[in-house]
Design a protein around this ligand. Structure first.
Ligand code: BEZ
Ligand code: FE
Length: 276
């Protein structure tokens, strides 16, 4: 077998994928090889650094469980999740902007009726959320499926809590005939993304903040419309400019005014993009 000159190695590896029958897989793998090799050449990667990187990726995989997705977290802090959202989720003007999904969504959250309390015992300051779901032309969307989830005032999602047997601060509602909805919950507070795994160690070594600005997650779906995955953030939050997962969009920042009784209120209207 002939020696492969270092300068020719990259193209030799690329050519080994030439017979991949799936054209998309071929394109992705060949570009991945070119970019990875260019990266290693660019930083003049040492063997010790390469070994450290393998250890880091191994630890990332070993940290994953059914309720802990360290690889998604890695993608999030590298900005890859938000880049993918931006590349695929661009919507016409007037539609609500999407943002990162995050690792704490649960598909089968409990159902609630209009006006009910989704907090279900989660600690926090009470908050009432009201809004509408509309199409781009302003028409109300009745019976849209509205999934919401959030952390409590200790910065924890229910799925992160040991021994909790029921869902808290998450639920599924449906919009009324007029497209409106409302529910009670607790006010969103800033919280750190998990720092007890390899991604947290990386943030520490690079002096990056793990604090996400306060937000409430929404996933809104309705037949004939593109599903919207987004958050609503709280105006004035000190972490809006340093979100570790790059999810903040100006159009998703809202006031959550404090009411006379000490509770908060959020009003936010959502606009879905009709299917092509
Ligand atoms: C979240 O908002 O739930 C989240 C998003 C990305 C990484 C960690 C948490
Ligand atoms: Fe979150």
């Amino acid at each position: 077998m002939a020696d492969i000159d270092l300068s020719a190695l990259t193209e030799e590896v690329v050519s080994r994928f030439d017979s991949t029958p799936d054209a998309r897989l071929r394109r992705v793998m060949q570009a991945l090889v070119r970019h990875l090799h260019a990266f290693a050449r660019d930083v003049e990667l040492t063997e010790a650094e390469w070994f450290k990187a393998i250890e880091f990726l191994t630890a990332t995989g070993q940290t994953c469980t059914p309720t802990r997705q360290e690889f998604i977290l890695l993608s999030d802090v590298l900005g890859l999740s938000m880049l993918t959202v931006g590349l695929n989720g661009s919507k016409p003007a007037g539609c609500t902007e999407p943002t990162v999904f995050g690792p704490f969504y649960v598909a089968d959250a409990p159902a609630y009726g209009d006006g009910e309390d989704v907090a279900n015992g989660a600690p926090g300051t009470p908050c009432t959320v009201r809004g509408t779901v509309r199409s781009r032309d302003g028409a109300p969307i009745a019976n849209a499926r509205i999934e919401v989830w959030q952390a409590d005032d200790e910065g924890q999602y229910d799925v992160q809590k040991q021994g909790l047997e029921h869902a808290q601060a998450r639920g599924v509602l449906h919009s009324r005939h007029d497209g409106g909805f409302h529910f009670r919950t607790i006010v969103a507070e800033p919280y750190p993304i998990p720092t007890d795994g390899p991604v947290g160690t990386l943030l520490g070594h690079t002096r990056r903040s793990p604090w996400r600005p306060a937000h409430l997650h929404f996933r809104i779906s309705a037949p004939g419309y593109q599903t919207l995955v987004t958050h609503v953030f709280r105006a004035g939050d000190e972490h809006l400019g340093t979100d570790p997962v790059f999810g903040v969009r100006e159009s998703l920042i809202a006031e959550w005014p404090r009411q006379a009784d000490g509770s908060h209120r959020l009003d936010f209207d959502f606009v879905l993009n009709p299917d092509a």
